[in-house]
Design a protein around this ligand. Sequence first.
Ligand SMILES: [Zn+2]
Length: 409
Amino acid sequence: MLRRIFSPLILSVFLLSGVATAQDAKPARAKPKVIVVGVNGMELDIIRPLLLKGQLPNLASVVNRGAYGKLRTVPAPNCPRVYSTLFTSTAPEEHGVTGFLVGGITANTNMLKEEPIWSLLSAGQVTVGMANVPATFPVMPVNGYMISGMLTRGKNCEDGVLCAPKLSEVMGGDAVYPKSMQAELMKNVGDFYIDCERMPSAADLKGHELPVIDAWLSKVQTIRDQQNKLFDYLLSNHPTDFTFMVQSCEDRVGHWLYPISPFNVGYNASVNSARPEAFPNQYIAFDKVLGTILKHVDDETYLFIVSDHGIKPLREFEEKDPHAHMDHEKTTPVIAKHDFADGDDVPGSFFVMGPGIKHDFRVMGLAASVYDIAPTILRIYGIEQPKQMHGHALSEIFDKRESKTAVGN
Ligand SMILES: [Zn+2]
C-alpha cells in the first residue's frame, strides 16, 4: 500500500530536482554525509571485555571520538520487528512488521504501513544507499540504490527466514534497485550471499560437532568477506549522502555458540566447549569490516553504529518455547536468544561520531531508544520529523556550542 502511495511522489521529486539542478547556476549546498552501520544483536556483555582487552581497535576509536550507550528496544525484539521500528520510529503494531512472519507470511516491504526513513530522505532530495538492511525485500525505489538483506527469498531459502540465497538465486521479488545495478554488482563484487548462513540442526551436529562448527564458521567468514567487499565497493563507487549497511552473522553465531557456562540452560560440552571464542570472534571480525568503512569516513561524516537488540543466554523461566524464532525444523540447539518479553533484558547499543557530536560521552541507562535513530538522522538533514514518529532526536549527544550548525542546517 505504502509503495503505491509514495513511489509516484518520490519519482516526481527526483524529476523536479533534476530540472532544478540543471538550470540553477549556484550548486546546491552539500548535504550532510551519514553512514549507519547496523549490527544484528551486538551484545555489550561481550563487546565491553573485548574493548578492555584492546581487541576492537576500530570500535574503540569511535568510542573515543563519539557518544555511545544502550539502546532501549521493543518488547520481544527480533530483527525485522526492531529494524522496522528503527526505520519508522513507530511501534511494531503500527508499522505492521511484527516479526519474521506476519499472518503466516514472511515479513516483506509490502507490509510496511508507515513511511520509512529512506523514503523521507529520498523525498528530501538526500541521496540514499542501502545494503543488506533486514526486512527491505523486495527493494523499494529510493533516490539512490537499495540491496536487500535478511528475509530475502531465494533458492534453498524459499521463505527467506534465517538463511542465505546468493544474489543470482533470489526469487519472488527484486533484491537490487535500480535493477540495472545487479549486473554491475555481479561483475565487480561477485555472486554474494545476501544474508547469513542457516544454523545447523541437532542431527547435523551429533557426533560431528567440531567439523560441523568449523565448516559453518568458515562459511560465515566467507559471507562476511563478501559483505566487506560489497560495502567497500559501494562506498567507493556509489557514494551517497545517507548510507545504511547491516551485518547479521554476529547474532546468528550467538544463538548457538554463545560462550555459556555449564550452569547455563542447554549446555552441551561437545558443542559449547568446542569453540568458546567463536562468538567473541565475530565482533573482532566485525571490527575489521568497520575498519574498511572508516576509510570512507572523514571529519565531516556522521557515523552511527546501531544494534537492534543484544543477545543473552536463555534466562526467562516463564518461557515455554526456547526455540521460538529458530530455523524451520526448530532443532538447532539454541542456547542464547533475544526475543524475551521484556526488551529491557536485551537492549541494543549505539555508537555515534561526527561533526558536533560529544567526544567520549556515554548516555546512561535506557534514555536512548531504537525509536530515536530516525528522528536524529532527520534532524541532521534538517527534515521535519513526521507526526507519527514517537522517538526524539538525541540532542544530548550533540555539543551545545556546535549543535546549531551540526543539526538542523
Ligand atoms: Zn537472532
